[in-house]
Design a protein around this ligand. Structure first.
Ligand SMILES: [Cu+2]
Length: 163
């Protein structure tokens, strides 16, 4: 009888700790941390703060080589995403766009290095990208339902330099 009584105070904190750990695992899991609905909450320090909407990409901040945080706010009324595309040396956003229009492979002008998954209206997301010195484009590949064109052809493209 005494043994049973003793076990209760020992096991209750263990159980409590276990439940609390599970809750924290959920709370701080990468999937949960990536998207928030409140744009005022800033859990990370960002090197680049990007607003996306129809049909613009407006970054503030500057990026230097290294692993950087990018915060994306969808302040538009439809879903948008953000792709970080590294241009080959000497290439520009116009090369990227004319390659696309000509049906050529996008790898002729560069390659994708990171992306933020599509964000619904009002959502904010943070992702990281590893930058080297060079020229990059921020792009949205979502397809416009009216024209059938990707958003980057409608204005959602922005070239910037990392140095
Ligand atoms: Cu878009």
């Amino acid at each position: 009888m005494d043994l049973i009584r003793l076990k209760i105070p020992i096991h209750f904190p263990v159980l409590y700790f276990f439940l609390l750990s599970c809750f924290h695992l959920f709370l701080f899991s990468p999937v949960f941390a990536q998207t928030q609905t409140d744009p005022l909450i800033k859990p990370f320090s960002e090197d680049l703060d990007v607003m996306v909407y129809e049909f613009e990409i407006k970054p503030t901040g500057s990026v230097h080589p290294g692993v950087r945080n990018i915060r994306v706010s969808n302040v538009g009324t439809i879903t948008h995403e953000l792709v970080v595309f590294r241009l080959h040396p000497g290439k520009t956003v116009n090369d990227f766009l004319s390659n696309f229009k000509a049906g050529r492979s996008l790898s002729a002008s560069g390659r994708t290095i990171a992306n933020m998954h599509p964000l619904n209206k009002g959502e904010v997301g943070v992702f990281t990208a590893n930058f080297e010195t060079g020229n990059y484009i921020l792009l949205c590949f979502m397809v416009d339902t009216e024209t059938g064109k990707p958003h980057f052809l409608l204005g959602m493209n922005h070239q910037f330099l990392v140095d």
